[in-house]
Design a protein. Structure first.
Length: 576
RNA sequence: GCGCCCGUAGCUCAGCUGGAUAGAGCAGCGGACUUCUAAUCCGCAGGUCGAAGGUUCGAAUCCUUCCGGGCGUGCCA
């Protein structure tokens, strides 16, 4: 097993510093600027501990370690540059080690077992029944799905949960609306969800003008909660219709769940939750409703959480609390991750605080908050449907494929266009940190140039093309020749190798920070480094020894790109 | 009012637990396809990192205040 470059460097430096290797590993960094070395050790943090100026530490290290360096195959030379110790690697040894590690890991380079034995529950997507899937839902869906895959890659046992919005007063509105205006035949028509949504909007609007509609809605929801057969049947029907529609979109996005446990799933678990609150004495009556007043229990700065309305009906918060308790009791997870919009931050803080008061390890709960998509509202009917966006992207992708040299066989154009269109939309979301609000922008979502999903897919297709051409002309395939990666010593090759080596760290950081964008950014850097290499150097026409070495490099990049795209939920294409 | 989030190039964003001269993409300008896919690459231009203080050997990064924008704030989800 080859250790990482960082560990090798730490092993070399640690004795001279009198520090444990693990600590030194954390101090070693990548210099911002090339030409200053491959790695660097800033000596500032050591200055106080060693009671010497950082410049002196750097200089002394460079000198005292000279004999060790001379014997070290990987580190070629140390150079003190002011307060920094710059570490220059032997390019050939470095290249051999990196490619050996990738080859050894096979298709799974970047994965590890560091999460083995730990469970993670990820609550994501969670659309509302009877409402169409709009681009606002895309965020939770793709971020959550990526976090599921990233954690699995690190060995965690992940339970991806779709916490469907299939319960609550909104169904009171729907049931009441159906009873007043429902036209059964329209549920068989083209767009049944759209129709249900219209009914909801109409009833909601009516309720704003005339309180009697609001009363009807509340009463209808009460009936639903009490198990009224007609209300139940109607609810069940709406739920099925919606799920069928959502499934279509999930298939297109390649998203799967381990558990579809919507809010209704916790219907019979709310009593347990409320009983637990009572038992612990954290809930009390207030103005006829049941609340948790956090201030009374030593939690400052949080508004009270409402658990039961004065009319006895339960609330979203009640179901979320029941869900949280259920998850802790059922799974004993190391993390529970909620991928939910930033506007719900307060609600989740209340939820986490309540779980903490109940004695659960609330610090394991994390809210991955994303900004909302500006200028959209289901109620106002200004929402842009995910279907429209994906449809448009796929259409444009097909146009683009058919332009110029068509490299995709006719019978694969459709699925390629789908992969490119979806890749563009998915990556547009995953390439940024999610917290910022985003203004909806057609242009940006369906772009194929620059830092986009299709750019990564295109790079992958080019890598594949190189492998194919070399196989055709020379009969050589990666892993099947006597190749010496030690020949990969140009700046461009070294840059690619550096990015390859960093890939496992990117996955770890993405999991630690709950940021799929770390993986996205890394893939963009790798693809850019490779593209630069690609334009400057040749693989197929290089001298045989070099060609075989480069073939291994190409395959390594291809694997990492394919693997990373897989984590993000984007298909790696053979041709485009 | 109070709380939370955001503010980096014309636009969209990176910048890891503070570390060397703040980086990409898009848009603009100029180049590179008889050679492995030009959905690419190379170059130029573009920034008082919202403002002011503070901590530090060192601040886009940490603290305080202010400004601007967004969201939330007891019977919606």
């Amino acid at each position: 097993m080859h250790e990482s470059t960082r560990d090798s460097i730490a092993r070399l430096l640690a004795p001279a510093l009198g520090l444990p290797e693990s600590e030194v590993t954390e101090l070693v960094e990548l210099p911002r600027e090339r030409g200053r070395g491959d790695y660097a050790l800033p000596c500032f943090p050591l200055a106080r501990r060693l009671r010497k100026p950082p410049q002196a530490i750097a200089a002394e290290l460079a000198e005292s370690l000279a004999p060790a360096v001379a014997a070290d195959p990987l580190v070629a030379r140390l150079e003190a540059s002011g307060p920094y110790l710059n570490i220059h690697l032997d390019p050939a040894t470095f290249a051999r080690r990196v490619l050996a590690r990738v080859a050894q890991a096979g298709e799974r380079f970047g994965e590890s077992e560091r999460g083995a034995g730990q469970r993670v529950v990820i609550d994501f997507s969670s659309p509302n029944i009877a409402k169409r899937f709009h681009i606002g839902h895309l965020r939770s869906t793709v971020i959550g799905a990526a976090l599921v895959r990233i954690h699995r890659a690190l060995g965690y046992e992940v339970i991806g949960v779709n916490h469907l919005g299939d319960w609550g007063t909104q169904f009171g509105h729907l049931i009441s609306a159906w009873e007043l205006w429902g036209e059964p035949e329209r549920l068989e028509g083209e767009d049944p969800i759209g129709y249900l949504q219209q009914l909801y909007v109409r009833h909601n609007k009516a309720a704003k003008e005339d309180p009697s509609y609001a009363d009807r809605a509340r009463a209808a929801f009460r009936r639903l909660e009490e198990g009224d057969p007609e209300a139940r049947a109607l609810w069940s029907r709406m739920r099925e219709i919606s799920l069928a529609e959502f499934d279509r979109i999930y298939r297109l996005l390649g998203v799967e769940f381990d558990e579809i446990a919507g809010e209704s799933f916790y219907e019979d678990k709310m009593a347990h939750a409320l009983a637990l609150c009572e038992q612990r004495g954290i809930a009390r009556e207030s103005e006829g409703a049941l609340i948790i007043d956090f201030a009374e229990h030593g939690v400052e700065g949080l508004q009270p959480m409402l658990l039961r309305r004065s009319d006895g009906a339960t609330l979203y918060a009640t179901r979320d609390l029941a869900a949280g308790i259920y998850r802790f009791e059922t799974y004993d997870p190391a993390k529970i991750i909620y991928v939910i919009g930033a506007p719900q931050r307060l609600h989740l803080q209340q939820l986490f605080a309540a779980l903490g008061l109940l004695g659960f390890p609330a610090e394991r709960c994390h809210h991955v908050a994303f900004g909302h998509v500006l200028g959209m509202s289901t109620r106002e009917g200004t929402a842009i449907l995910l279907d429209e966006v994906l449809g448009r992207a796929i259409e444009l992708a097909e146009q683009r494929i058919r332009e110029g040299d068509v490299r995709v066989p006719e019978d694969r154009i459709e699925e390629t266009a789908r992969a490119v269109g979806v890749g563009a939309v998915v990556f547009a979301d995953l390439r940024h940190r999610p917290i910022k609000d985003i203004a909806f922008d057609w242009d940006r979502l369906v772009r194929f140039e620059g830092e986009t999903g299709p750019y990564l897919q295109y790079t992958h297709a080019r890598l594949r093309a190189i492998l194919d051409r070399v196989a055709e002309e020379h009969g050589e395939r990666p892993g099947e020749t006597e190749a010496d990666p030690g020949r990969l010593v140009t700046d461009e090759e070294r840059a690619v190798l550096m990015h390859l080596e960093q890939y496992p760290r990117a996955i770890e950081r993405a999991a630690r920070e709950l940021e799929p964008s770390v993986v996205s950014a890394h893939l963009l850097d790798l693809a850019a480094a490779f593209s630069t290499f690609y334009h400057k150097h040749h693989v197929k026409n290089a001298p045989p020894e070099l060609r075989r070495a480069r073939l291994e490099l190409v395959e390594a990049v291809r694997r990492v790109l394919a693997h990373g795209l897989g984590l993000l939920g984007i298909e790696a294409l053979e041709r485009m």
